[in-house]
Design a binder for this molecule. Structure first.
Ligand SMILES: *Cc1c(COP(=O)(O)O)cnc(C)c1O
Length: 352
């Protein structure tokens, strides 16, 4: 028997990736572990997971399973681009700031064109301006728009915003990809169906995050236009993203989607973020940097207060705009959120 190295660390809200695996995903993996199954995605779990996506999205979509979000985004964008094309995204987009150049690498050089934005949201005007600024042969031709839903700052594009973006994309001949590392949190935030937020709003390809939603690993690349998925399997294999024991990447999705855990987990994370933000409201010297629309809360506060909070054992990132970021995952415990609130109130009182 393997013993745990510690009793488990105290729950933190630095990243939704600090969380473990949710029971539904874990049970599906255990079920997939009962005996042998064909390899490389030829198994029944993988077929069942793809069908679960088709049911969820009310669409005959093509689905591929990658190990993580960087691979999903990079390969999805590469599938939409030639090397001389470019991709329009926000300057804070994960594809720009946190993927070590993987989109450029896997597309053999497609350039990312960034839009400066506070919120992380693209607008139809900004897309049009960037896409029509240059039409000459010396500039990489804009071919794709990438939106992050919810954004890196926890904002959710409304359906009207997505539709307006996709209208410009269609007009200008641009494909539209969605980085949905926290797609479930956006669905929970808007209370709309996955279909409404994707193909019905004009999304061509979605990267649907499983890891932050409660799985051990795995993101699904969902193509709503089968033509765009041509040869995508080869692309995955070449990039080292074809899991040999694929069922362990696909079965958790069966657990998540068939049970509804994908949405419950996200609703819980969002509710904890809301609870935390409400608890912080009115604290002197502390303010929310962005509206809380998903499972993230960004707080502006004095560096000294942040230091004191860290000294009390709390971990959090300060990487976007200098604010303190708190993320609430599927397993966030409300008592632990209360502890964080207590300590935050205490450090604010110490500073006063
Ligand atoms: C977490 C995240 C990803 C995926 O990151 P990986 O670590 O590669 O799984 C992609 N986009 C956004 C916006 C993310 O927050």
């Amino acid at each position: 028997m393997i013993q745990a190295t510690t009793g488990g660390d105290a729950q933190q809200f630095a990243s939704d990736n600090y969380s473990g695996i949710c029971p539904e995903a874990w049970a599906a993996m255990a079920a997939a572990n009962a005996g042998h199954a064909p390899a490389y995605g030829e198994d029944a779990w993988t077929a069942r997971a793809a069908d679960a996506f088709r049911t969820l999205f009310e669409s005959p979509c093509e689905v591929f399973f990658a190990f993580n979000g960087t691979a999903a985004n990079a390969l999805a964008l590469a599938a939409l681009c030639q090397s001389y094309h470019s991709v329009i995204c926000a300057d804070s987009a994960h594809v720009e700031t946190d993927e070590c150049g993987a989109p450029e690498f896997f597309s053999n050089g497609s350039k990312l064109l960034t839009v400066r934005t506070q919120s992380g949201k693209l607008t139809p005007e900004a897309i049009r301006a960037l896409a029509t600024n240059r039409g000459d042969i010396h500039f990489p031709r804009p071919r794709v728009v990438s939106v992050t839903q919810p954004t890196e700052t926890g904002l959710v594009y409304g359906l009207d915003e997505l539709r307006a973006i996709s209208a410009v994309c269609r007009e200008l001949g641009l494909a539209l990809q969605m980085d949905g590392a926290r797609f479930s949190n956006a669905c929970a935030g808007l209370g709309c169906s996955p279909a409404e937020m994707t193909w019905r709003a004009g999304i061509d390809v979605l990267c649907f995050g499983g890891t932050k939603n409660g799985m051990h690993a795995g993101e699904a690349v969902v193509f709503f236009d089968a033509g765009l998925a041509e040869d995508f399997g080869y692309r995955c294999k070449q990039a080292g993203q074809l899991a040999s024991k694929m069922r362990f990447l696909s079965a958790p999705w069966v657990g998540m989607l068939e049970s509804g855990a994908w949405l419950r987990n996200a609703e819980h994370g969002n509710a904890c973020a809301r609870h935390f933000a409400d608890g912080v409201a009115g604290l002197p010297g502390v303010s929310a940097l962005f509206p809380v629309e998903a499972n993230a809360v960004f707080l502006a506060m004095a560096p000294d207060a942040m230091e004191r909070l860290r000294a009390r054992g709390w971990r959090f990132y300060t990487f976007i705009g200098g604010g303190a970021r708190f993320m609430f995952a599927w397993d966030a415990r409300i008592e632990r959120v209360e502890e964080l609130l207590r300590d935050l109130r205490a450090v604010v009182a110490e500073a006063a």
